[in-house]
Design a protein around this ligand. Sequence first.
Ligand SMILES: NC(=O)C1=CN([C@@H]2O[C@H](COP(=O)(O)OP(=O)(O)OC[C@H]3O[C@@H](n4cnc5c(N)ncnc54)[C@H](O)[C@@H]3O)[C@@H](O)[C@H]2O)C=CC1
Ligand SMILES: O=C(O)CCCC(=O)C(=O)O
Length: 356
Amino acid sequence: MAARTLRIGLIPGDGIGKEVIPAGRRILEALPASLGLKFEFVDLKAGFETFEQTGAALPDETVAILKNECDGALFGAVSSPSKAVKGYSSPIVALRKKLDLYANVRPVKSVMTAANPIDMVIVRENTEDLYVKEEKTYDTPEGKVAEAIKRISQRASSRIATIAGEIALRRQKIRESGAPSIHKEPLVTITHKSNVLSQTDGLFRSTAREALANPRFKDVGVEEQIVDSMVYKLFRQPEAYDVIVAPNLYGDILSDGAAALVGSLGLVPSANVGEGFAIGEPCHGSAPDIMGQGISNPIATLRSAALMLEFLNEEAAAAKIYAAVDANLEEGKLLSPDLGGTAKTEEVVQDILRRL
Ligand SMILES: NC(=O)C1=CN([C@@H]2O[C@H](COP(=O)(O)OP(=O)(O)OC[C@H]3O[C@@H](n4cnc5c(N)ncnc54)[C@H](O)[C@@H]3O)[C@@H](O)[C@H]2O)C=CC1
Ligand SMILES: O=C(O)CCCC(=O)C(=O)O
């Protein structure tokens, strides 16, 4: 069998992005040759440091190379300032839109031996909602007022609900093949706030319901949950959730909350998914509080590399990475400080590479 060569863009970004992306590269390079996969890597720039050096947070060249030359990519994290900086706008938010990576898929899973089993996927709409970033500030006699557009479209809501349904079916198929799981039936939970935002979230809710009423999802249970009580239930009864589908901002917030349930943001991966292209990206940010100390947890990135491979139809390679990571966590001897251990990033990476 001829080896398949995947060309992967590497975008470390800022802060601990620079510590974890090299680990992502190493795990891909260490995959056994018997899988028939080869990798070529191309280093690409984006982030606040890039903005300071070049005046562009997301250089056109980065987008062009990803579009024209790559099969997929790994993105670390960027340090977007909290205060507006003229000319700067979040490069990852822009990249998702420019490459039409319409779904942000975020599996949150505890290692199955844990006392509190959690195995859910948060499927976050990735191109619109408040992230269209159409904001303005104006003066009134009472002082300044700032406004932001929350845009929800039928097209994006339908696409995201459809991929959530497909993910629920795929997970069911894996369960039926004998993989251990806490779930018996596929279930999609639609999250919204349409009791208040009856037009925007109302459209998300009704469109998602419609998409999931498609006969091909006849075996998928569908329920809905208002986002505030969703947070409550998520923390009280996380084992009840299989696939959660949410508009952009709620999905972003829910997934960081869910990360706390499994022990650390340093464990939770994501993939930005479009037609035939995927960017693996840890859910966490650039973690300026720990950068430069060599203690960042690389697991979210290693799992993101696996998730990217899954969406590039390389499930066997992805499974190898998941198994090596789970073995490290199950043994629990070499854990980074966010998980209560003392291991350095490098020691965790070495341990997982050894298990591969
Ligand atoms: N996709 C992206 O590029 C994202 C970027 N950010 C940016 O990151 C910067 C910092 O944001 P924060 O709100 O502090 O969120 P953060 O996710 O960077 O950090 C939150 C907390 O989690 C810890 N943490 C995160 N990743 C970790 C890892 N791999 N190992 C161990 N501990 C880890 C950090 O030390 C910190 O205490 C901001 O400039 C923000 O704009 C935030 C979220 C996503
Ligand atoms: O800080 C940035 O530039 C991007 C933050 C966006 C974010 O949290 C996510 O989408 O995961």
